[in-house]
Design a protein around this ligand. Structure first.
Ligand code: A2P
Length: 348
């Protein structure tokens, strides 16, 4: 587009929304104006955007007129309700919830992996699940080089993935335990402090959780390759920021750990941090606040042919959510795709 866009952050008071504002400012996103929306509860509140304070406005169906890009992180039901109104007003939506991810009309994009999928967008673009993003950034170069047949992943996910309320629950429970009080479980079904819960999102008919099936289905959509088999186990751990993943891949052709390190050290969005002799491996406590996906513990899976094991860590609020969404908005600008070709697609 020839002029600078007007940008809205929807869900601006949440953990991801606040980070989106920080990242838009830090990366000097070329916006002529930035607006902040949340629920009626927050209308009138002030939130920081660089040195400015933005006044939060109530999200309503008719607010999108004149807005070019809306980055949503306000949950699935809010997105389902409001994103079609945005697209209908000619505003391109980048949505962080799971509402649109598997909708055939919506590209599911990680800019380092499949930016070309943006070309066919129809007004709503989905940001993948946090655990999927950090995994595919690392695995796509391997897939391109030696074809991944199967991925087995176990996640160790931070409480910030649940939003502000997850962060507050862990803080409160730790304080309660140290002060001899019985902690209350408001957000998770069991205590998260000093515990691990193999349960993220709801259980489905097949006894997997929705989070686990997101990793399976989203990976196939992003790779655009149904031949890749994925199985996942997702656990919530008492870490504030940064998801970790143990990932095992079986590939068609062999790739040695050394070849993988060389390939990944040249790949966009990936940092290889892997020197076991010096205790160098990625840690959520070390890489929270950073932009890349960090990979270490790369080693051969000696139990199968053509197998690799690795450990992947990224800041789930940044690369897993806010940063990836802002990068999508940047890519839309670069490719001159800030437009809605047919405004009626999402309005039935
Ligand atoms: P609010 O703070 O007014 O409730 P988190 O994921 O950290 O919990 O953040 C969720 C974000 O989504 C918050 O900014 C929240 O605003 C916003 N939100 C939740 N429900 C709605 C809604 N119905 N309309 C607009 N924003 C909403």
């Amino acid at each position: 587009m020839s002029r600078e866009p007007t940008v809205a952050v929807v869900g601006a008071t949440g953990a991801v929304g606040r980070e989106m504002l920080k990242i838009l400012h830090a990366r000097e996103f070329p916006a002529v104006r930035v607006l902040a929306f949340a629920s009626a509860r927050s209308a009138g509140c002030k939130i920081p955007f660089g040195d400015e304070m933005l006044t939060v406005e109530e999200l309503k169906e008719d607010v999108f007129e004149g807005i070019d890009i809306a980055i949503f992180s306000a949950g699935g039901s809010t997105s389902l309700k409001f994103s079609p109104h945005a697209a209908n007003a000619g505003c391109v939506v980048v949505d962080n919830s799971s509402a649109w991810r598997m909708d055939d009309r919506c590209p599911l994009v990680v800019p380092e992996v499949n930016p070309e999928h943006l070309e066919k967008h129809q007004g709503i673009i989905a940001n993948p699940n946090c655990s999927t993003i950090q995994m595919v950034v690392v695995l796509k170069p391997i897939h391109d080089a030696v074809r991944i047949r199967r991925i087995v992943v176990s996640t160790y996910q931070a409480v910030s993935g649940t939003g502000q309320k997850g962060i507050e629950e862990l803080e409160r429970q730790v304080r309660d335990l140290f002060n001899g009080r019985e902690p209350e479980n408001k957000v998770y079904p069991f205590r998260i402090a000093f515990n691990i819960l193999p349960h993220i999102d709801v259980f489905l008919e097949n006894d997997y959780t929705k989070e686990e099936m997101k990793m399976v289905n989203e990976t196939v959509k992003i790779f655009d390759d149904p031949s890749v088999k994925v199985t996942a186990t997702c656990a919530r751990v008492p870490v504030f920021y940064g998801h970790s993943e143990s990932v095992n891949v079986q590939t068609e052709k062999k790739m040695t750990p050394k070849e993988a390190r060389i390939l990944l050290s040249r790949s966009l969005g990936v940092v290889v941090y892997d020197n076991p002799r010096n205790n160098m491996y990625p840690l959520p406590g070390m890489h929270a606040g950073e932009d890349s996906a960090f990979v270490g513990r790369i080693r051969e899976d000696e139990s199968i042919e053509n197998g690799l094991n690795m450990w992947i860590v990224a800041d789930n609020v940044r690369k897993g959510a806010a940063l990836n969404a802002v990068q999508i908005a940047e890519e839309l600008l670069t490719r001159d795709l800030v437009r809605v070709p047919d405004k009626t697609v999402f309005i039935q």
